[in-house]
Each structure stands twice: as C-alpha cells, then as structure tokens.
Design a protein around this ligand. Sequence first.
Ligand code: BTN
Length: 341
Amino acid sequence: MKKLAANLKKIIHILNDGDFHAGSDLGDKLGITRTAVWKFIHQLTAYGIAIESVQGKGYRLMETLALLNTAHIKKYIKNSAYREQIKLDVLTTIDSTNDYLKNPPALQKAAKRPPFAKGVTNPITFCVAEQQTAGRGRLGRNWHSPFGANIYLSCAWRFNKDISELSGLSLVVGLAVINALTEYGIDKDIKIKWPNDILWQNKKLAGILIDINAESHGNAQAIIGIGLNINMSNYENKNISQPWCSLKEILGAHQDRNKIAGLLIEKLLDYLQQFEKLGLNSFLKEWQKYDALLGKTIHLENGHNIISGIADGISPQGHLLLKHPDGAMKSYSSGDVSIKK
Ligand code: BTN
C-alpha cells in the first residue's frame, strides 16, 4: 500500500508540469511497466483527478494537484508562535492518523523533521495524510479516505485536566472547524449536528473523532482527528452511507488542501487553548448559533434504545438536552442523532 501511494505521488509530481508524458516515459522514470502506469492513471481518475489521455502523446493533468506539504501548510498559519510550537508530520499513506499519533514507535520512525525553534521543548504534534487505509469514524464506522482528495488530520494534545472535564471537547473542536471554514469563505448554511458532525445544507462535510487516554496525576491526552471532505468526487461515494458534500461541491472548484489544513491547525490551537483556560461555558453562545438540532424533533439512538424528543441545546457538560413528550427535560452524553422529517 505504501509503494502504491508513493508511486501515485511520483506520477502526480511528474505530471504537475502540465505537459503530456508518454506512458513509457513515466514507466521508465518509476521503474514500472506501461500497463502498471495505466493502472495508476486509472486509479487517479477514480479518485476524481482529471487526467487527459491522448493517443501518441500520453497523459496530462488537466489541473495541477497540490499534494500536502509541511512548508505550504505552515505558510497559512498566521500566528508565528504556533508555527514554531507545532510538529507536523505529512504522511503519504497510513491506517489512521489518530492511530499514528497514539502509537509512539510509528512516530519515532517518522520522516526526518526540521529541528524545533529554540526554547520549544514540548511541541504539539499534528499529522496529515494523503490517504488512510483504515480511517475510523464515530461509533465504530469507517471513514472513507481516498488518496489526495480530502484532509485527514490529527492532533495530540495533553490537557492539565481530568478526563471527566473533557466531555465538551468534541463540541469545541467542531466549533473550531466551523470557524476555519467561515474564515475560508463558507459562511452560509453551515451547522453542527450534536455532538460534532459538520453539515452544509444538511449534508455531512466533516467529522470529528476524539480518542482520550487518562494519564497519571489527573492529566489526559486527547488525540483529535478531523476528516474534512475537500475535493472528493461523486465517483468516490460508493462506501458512504449518508448524504455528504465537499468544499469542491460547495464552491464549484478544486480547493487548496494545504491552505485549509493551515487554517484548521490555527483555529484548533486557538480553540483548544480557550477550552483549557475557560471551559465549554465560554463557547455556549457560539454553539447556539450553529446548533443544527435546536427546536427540532429528533431521534437519538443510544445503544439499543431510540429516544425521541425536541432538542433544546446542550448542558454545561456538553450533553444533549431533550424535551420529552411528557415535558421532562433529560440530558444524554452519547448517541447517534437523526432529525425527524
Ligand atoms: C465521524 O464519524 O464523523 C468522525 C470521522 C473522523 C475522521 C477523521 S479523519 C482523521 C482521523 N483519523 C481517523 O481515523 N479518523 C479521524
């Protein structure tokens, strides 16, 4: 799988000059046959990358494709202190970016990174990948993660808080994603479906998965994973069970993943620091603004139970508040929500 992604990357690198390249030339450069080149081209097309193929001339990328790149991502992080504080690994292919940050040996084997700025001893670790082979979603689902199409980003953050104080974290991360999208120009029709599905016109644009480990002395480490659909095409929707959309669909053109990744990192750092200092309370107003469920009749699937009621915002802990038909208000800490049509 690693070799496959590395070859895809090499082909894109060569084709990125916008000229035609014969299959045999590409094959020579990569040390593979023309048939293997054809298969790679076919794979790229399946990922939604537009490639022109002309007999006698070869292949040409219709639009240059910016692969993820540490320097390019950092260019879009405006806060220079953040640029110095973070450690950012750009991976070609990985099972799951969350698992990569959870697994220290994999981290040690990571590609050589530039040294950190003087005085930075405990950098915050981020990673992004071109592709995930076992991307994970909430509630044990898969997260579809085709090569070069979207953002799959994770961040390891150590909190000076007990695990019990982190119940609102996933909501705050959702707001950080919304804030990054707003700054990118998506300011209409964007909402959060509790706990943290980012929706555009009721279609899923991004998802968040947080893995938390309790540590000694009442500390906790959170691995925060964000999947954001950027340029994924319809061809890729075969494994996705719910209505979804991408920034390409919203904005009508191919989008720069490096820029969006930079914005996401910046906003995540802003929001995580505020959460650490002031807690979820300081985000309640912002939550109300983007709450997709407020006042709606919903079903909450919680284990084997389906509970219905009218959504009434969140509790100070970030739990979903539901008004039941008998008028009782109850809060729920987990579950899968659907809006009653
Ligand atoms: C959801 O089900 O909505 C959550 C999806 C989270 C996907 C992201 S992609 C980066 C990180 N790595 C994973 O394996 N999952 C998260």
